[in-house]
Design a protein around this ligand. Structure first.
Ligand code: ATP
Length: 501
């Protein structure tokens, strides 16, 4: 129903209530029929989908007219494997006559799985562009309603809308993109309002089963999720979501590609080295990298510069990693403690891996009062025992440094201890601890004692190392107290790098 009609109806009802009130009519008799009418209206609007519109986009040509961004596979960086797999899966839409001749049954669904912000939505849009398909989007939460049957109706409506829009647009294919497919597609019987969820999923399965190659409009369902483990196995069986494409966090090469894509419309100063930025942003998703360049551009604008400099980028990395600078006031003694804590981390990090410190700061951001940023050497997927022990040494160095200088540790080391514990646990379950190979049923007390032993041994090594370097520790902490932040290069000038004994 048009918005203006609804507004007139609501206005009329209000006027009638007002008139009834001033003429002294008793309302209690009207309450029951009125509430039934409202409930009926809500159910009807949900069932017929009157209040529900799914986003419709046309893959080619019309996109420009309807001001919808044109996303191609070239706009997606760092997902070469996933792009290849998806493009291969799309060939049946691109070359339907060939696939029909070979008797290939149409692919009905492709599932994109991976962490948030890695480009799953971009991939689905690019797929629509590539296959010149009509593109419909829906989010899983749009199917979740209080009333049984509403979600199932919305699924039916979505498929119907895909076919009718494709016909209207003169297209032969339509891509339906369902983000957060784990919401309607969760394992049956696991959600609190079983009936509604199960009916929605059953309808989705029925609609997918109903996709046929002889239909004038070929429909492909692309689902996206960060939690494929929650999906009902019926959804994943062959003939439904036939392909699962992993869209993972990008590696260094991928990050560089994504940075290049998003930097294409931004003026970068000649000193900017995107390769360095890619190296320093291990673990960032495409969305993080896009945000990083945006924050760097905002930084340049604030400083009144025409170009984005490397310092804008460094600042933006920290902002994306740790959040906005906080303006809380820190007492002098606390500031000194933070400076020695961070200096300790940095000195040990540099000793175990020369060149590893990218920056040190005692400017607080969010919960962090200070931090060091390390340059990951390269993306690393495997760690040796020595590397894990060295990482534990870096973690405990802050607390050890505090103890050396102030005789006592503080709660500032809590996060470091958590990290060190995780690293020690990894060592134990990888069979790299003094326990050798262990099963996952290792008694909790043995696990605890071994973790404590591993961490305590590294603390001793760090203590012995820093005890001989109190002078350099003080030099770095003093510089931090004066400057707030030090770059990795300036830090290295302050110390002569020494190996850990
Ligand atoms: P979610 O799981 O949270 O829905 P998603 O995986 O669908 O996330 P997108 O919505 O596709 O992520 O990406 C968000 C934004 O991040 C994009 O608009 C784009 O600017 C940027 N982005 C993410 N991945 C990439 C990539 N691989 N290449 C280029 N840009 C990317």
């Amino acid at each position: 129903m048009a918005k203006w009609v609804r507004e007139i109806v609501v206005g009329l009802i209000c006027a009638m209530i007002f008139l009834a009130l001033i003429s002294g009519i008793d309302f209690s008799l009207l309450l029951l029929p009125a509430s039934m009418l409202v409930l009926g209206w809500m159910l009807w609007s949900g069932r017929t989908g009157v209040s529900q519109n799914f986003g419709v986009r046309s893959g080619l040509g019309k996109e420009e007219d309807s001001k919808i961004p044109k996303v191609t596979f070239n706009d997606i960086g760092g997902q070469d494997m996933a792009k290849g797999e998806l493009m291969e899966a799309l060939s049946f839409l691109k070359e339907s006559s060939k696939t029909k001749r070979l008797g290939i049954r149409p692919l009905k669904g492709v599932l994109l799985t991976g962490p948030p912000g890695t480009g799953k939505t971009l991939m689905a849009k690019a797929a629509a562009h590539y296959t010149e398909s009509v593109f419909l989007t829906a989010s899983g939460s749009q199917f979740v309603q209080m009333y049984a049957g509403v979600g199932a109706n919305r699924v039916r409506q979505l498929f119907k809308q895909a076919r009718s829009t494709a016909k209207q647009e003169g297209k032969t294919s339509a891509i339906i993109f369902i983000d957060e497919i784990d919401v309607p597609g969760a394992k049956r019987g696991t959600t609190t309002s079983h009936m509604e969820y199960d009916q929605t999923l059953n309808e989705l399965l029925t609609q997918i089963d109903g996709i046929r190659s002889d239909h004038p409009v070929q429909v492909l369902v692309v689902g996206a999720t960060n939690r494929s483990d929650l999906l009902d196995p019926a959804l994943l069986r062959p003939g439904r979501f036939d392909r699962t494409v992993g869209v993972d966090l990008p590696d260094k090469k991928g990050r560089l590609h994504i940075l290049q894509i998003h930097a294409a419309n931004k003026p970068l100063a000649p000193n900017v080295n995107l390769e360095m930025v890619a190296a320093e942003t291990s673990g960032f998703s495409g969305a993080h990298l896009e945000s990083l360049l945006n924050e760097a551009a905002i930084g340049a604008l604030r400083a009144g510069r025409e170009e984005i400099s490397s310092s804008d980028l460094s600042e933006a990395i920290e902002k994306v990693m740790l959040g906005e600078k906080s303006n809380r006031t820190i007492q002098k003694e606390e500031r000194e403690r933070v400076a020695f804590h961070e200096a300790g981390h940095a000195i040990v990090s540099e000793a175990v891996r020369p060149g590893s410190v990218a920056s040190i700061t005692i400017v607080s951001r969010n919960q962090a009062l200070g931090y060091i940023r390390q340059n990951p050497k390269d993306d690393q997927y495997l760690y040796t025992k020595d590397q894990l022990l060295e990482a534990i040494m870096v973690c405990v160095a802050g607390a050890v440094s505090e103890e050396l200088v102030f005789d006592q540790r503080s709660t500032g080391a809590q996060n470091d201890i958590e990290q060190a514990t995780d690293l020690a646990k990894r060592m134990i379950f990888a069979g790299l601890s003094p326990l050798g190979i262990v099963s996952s049923e290792l008694p909790a007390t043995t696990l605890h004692e071994t973790i404590v032993q591993i961490i305590a041994e590294q603390e001793q090594r760090v203590k012995a190392f820093l005890q001989e370097r109190v002078e350099v520790l003080t030099r770095v902490a003093t510089c931090l107290l004066e400057e707030d932040s030090i770059t990795g290069d300036d830090f290295r000038k302050l110390l002569g790098t020494q190996a850990v004994s």
